[in-house]
Structures are given as C-alpha cells and as structure tokens.
Design a protein around this ligand. Structure first.
Ligand code: FAQ
Length: 343
C-alpha cells in the first residue's frame, strides 16, 4: 500500500484578508484525510510508516512503549554482564558475552525505531538516566548465582519471546521489523538458558538445588513482566485497537505458563506454584496469585536493585562520553572533507 505523506502536500493559497481561516481549513482537511488514511491502514491490518500521518496519541503511545523497550534491553544487560567474568568456563563466557552484546544490539534497533517517531536518542537516554523513563521491572532483581544465568535465559528471555512474537505484527513498520530480528536472537538466548539449567539439573545435588532456587526466584518476576492484570492495564484497550498489542497481558501470561509447564518437566525441575493448572472450561492456563504490590513498588523505583541499575547506567554513560565526543569530531571532520571536495 502506498504511504500517504501529508508533509509533502503543498499549502493552500490564502485568500486576501482571509489567511487564517483558509490556513485552518487547509490544516483541518489535511488532518481529516490523514485520519481517514490511518483508519483504513489499521482496519486493513496494514502498516503505518514514519512519514505517514498518524494521530498524536498513537505516536506518543509508540514512543512510550518502544523507548521503554529499548531501555529494558540496555538495563537488562547488567544482571548478566555481572557474571561474564565468573562464568564457569571459557565457552560459557563467550556465549554469555555474545548474548549480552545481542541485548545491546536490540536496544540500538529499538532506539532507532523510536527515533523515527521524532524523539532524539540523546533525549531518551537523558530521560533514562534522570530516572524519568520506565524499563522492565524484571531487571531490578539481583542475579545471585550462576544458575540465575540459566533462569534469566529460560524464563526472562522466554517471557520476552512470548510477549514479542505478536509484536512482529505491530502496526508501526519500524517496530514490527525490529522485532523480527530481535525474536530470532531471543530464541537463541532462551535455549542457552535452558541448556545451562539442564546441565545443572543433571549435575550434583547441590547444582540441581542451585538451579531450582534460581527458577524459584525468577518465576514470579518473569510472570509480572507481562504487565498488570487486564483490569488494571490502562493502555491495553487503545493499543489493541491500534494493532500495536495483539493479545492482552493476561492472555500472554497464561500462554507463557503453559509453555513453561511442558519445559520444566524436561529440565527435571518444578515451577514454584502449586496452583498452575489448565482450565478445561476456558482452555487457558492458570497460575497462583502474584504480588502486585511488589510490582508497583518496583515500578516506583523501590525494587531490590533499581538504584544500583540506574547508577551503573549513569556511570557507563559518563565513562562513554569520550567515545561520543570522538565519534562526533570524526563525523564533523568527514563532513568538512566532503564539503571541501564538493566545492
Ligand atoms: N515493567 O497499561 P499497561 C527483555 C507499565 S525486553 C515496567 O499494561 P502496556 C529482553 C507500563 O509501561 C523486556 N513497567 O502498559 C531481555 C505502563 O506504564 P506507563 C521488555 C511496566 O504498555 C532479556 C503501566 O505499567 N519488553 O526482556 C511493566 O500496554 C534478558 C501500565 O501497564 C517490552 O518492553 C513491566 N513489566 O503493556 C533483555 C516489550 N508492565 O508507561 C536482557 C514491549 C507494565 O503508562 C536480558 N512492551 N508496565 O507509565 C510491551 O509489550 C508493553 O509495553 C507491556 C506493558 C506488556 C510491557
């Protein structure tokens, strides 16, 4: 479908003495045409691209979700990066390092997608560092043992895949396309986490216990990654109407529980939830109660590692200032050379 770029529609000529009303009318007509185009694209389940007209609220919602998602990937590097130097073998170090690098890459694709909506990466980073921006609750929990690398890969990346595969069909083109590649990489991440847990589970009784403890600690926070229950999710209705979200928070959480039930058997471990069951009437997986007060505390900045995560990010940003300055100086030099050459 051809994109409608309303920025390129010429201004209407203004009649003498009636400039303001004519301009208003022209603007109103553009808005109406833009809205009609947008509504048609959404109803046809097609894609909105960066230069298309879009409602201000759609742009704002996407910017919120994509920038939060980008921040999550970047902050999410920390719990695992802490374990690179302590990984039990060279092979494990190399795998973990590659995974953490992948998360950095995901952050970059997502910041790029968010930039197409008109906000600069510097602004997004400033908001994160100032503590004004959200990132996923899950990364405010500590990674205490090597088995946590397994639990993060298996549960956290597993939840991320479950949430993000439907986002590959998000109505905003740059976001959906970024998600396709991200999901492929997350799939490798989940398998490496599963494999760490499997090896520990087949190891000594102490190793198996370490794996079980890690699953016990990450299970509930991973379920809360999907966001608040549907009746307490203010953004879901509109995001679903705009084809950004395809399934509700509770639907995805329930699907995820079903996936984990099968996989935990292969691992020889258990989920720390005696209330997990398949409801034959609703055809959905159910789980025990989650502590939504804890979730709210984490979102309010009072989780176990919130201040540590932000402080580390600020430090990394400060430490990287010279790289940004060098890159800017190099880009300036290159553009001067190009201008000289063209003159
Ligand atoms: N944490 O109305 P809803 C990963 C906020 S990537 C923090 O339901 P919505 C990869 C929400 O923002 C993980 N805040 O909101 C990896 C809203 O606040 P606001 C990140 C949360 O947007 C693995 C308020 O609560 N993934 O793990 C959370 O419709 C390993 C009300 O909620 C994404 O970002 C939460 N868990 O649905 C990296 C996926 N949940 O903004 C490294 C894309 C909700 O109004 C290592 N995002 N909130 O002030 C989404 O799918 C959605 O944004 C949801 C939330 C489902 C997260």
């Amino acid at each position: 479908m051809a994109a409608q770029n309303l920025q390129s529609v010429p201004d209407q000529p203004a009649a003498p003495g009636a400039a303001a009303p004519a301009a208003d009318q022209g603007q109103a007509q553009l808005e109406a045409e833009g809205q009609a185009y947008f509504d048609r694209v959404i109803s046809e389940d097609s894609r909105i691209e960066p230069r298309d007209w879009m409602p201000a609220a759609y742009r704002k919602t996407l910017l919120r979700q994509i920038s939060q998602h980008a921040h999550s990937e970047i902050i999410g590097m920390q719990p695992e990066a802490n374990w690179i130097s302590r990984a039990p073998s060279l092979k494990r170090k190399a795998i973990l390092m590659a995974k953490v690098q992948d998360e950095a890459g995901h952050g970059l694709y997502l910041y790029s997608a968010a930039e197409t909506l008109g906000q600069s990466r510097d602004q997004m980073m400033d908001d994160l560092i100032a503590g004004k921006a959200r990132y996923s609750s899950i990364f405010n929990y500590p990674a205490l043992t090597w088995a946590d690398m397994g639990a993060i890969g298996w549960l956290v990346d597993g939840a991320a895949i479950c949430n993000q595969v439907p986002l590959c069909r998000a109505s905003y083109g740059p976001y959906g396309r970024a998600m396709v590649r991200i999901c492929k990489e997350e799939s490798f991440h989940q398998r490496q986490g599963f494999e760490i847990l499997l090896e520990l589970s087949n190891g000594t009784p102490a190793q198996k216990q370490m794996a079980q403890d890690a699953v016990n600690r990450w299970y509930a926070p991973a379920l809360m990654m999907f966001g608040p229950p549907d009746d307490d999710s203010p953004n879901s209705k509109q995001s679903t109407a705009w084809n950004i979200k395809r399934f509700s928070n509770d639907e995805l959480r329930s699907r995820f529980v079903g996936m984990m039930v099968e996989q935990v058997r292969v691992l020889g471990l258990t989920l720390p939830d005696s209330e997990v069951r398949f409801n034959e009437d609703t055809r959905k997986w159910e789980h025990g109660p989650l502590d939504w007060n804890e979730f709210k505390e984490v979102l309010a900045g009072r989780g176990p590692c919130n201040s540590q995560r932000l402080e580390r990010r600020r430090q990394a940003h400060d430490d990287g200032a010279w790289v940004r300055e060098a890159a800017a100086a190099y880009a300036h030099k290159q553009s001067m050379k190009t201008k000289e050459f063209a003159a």
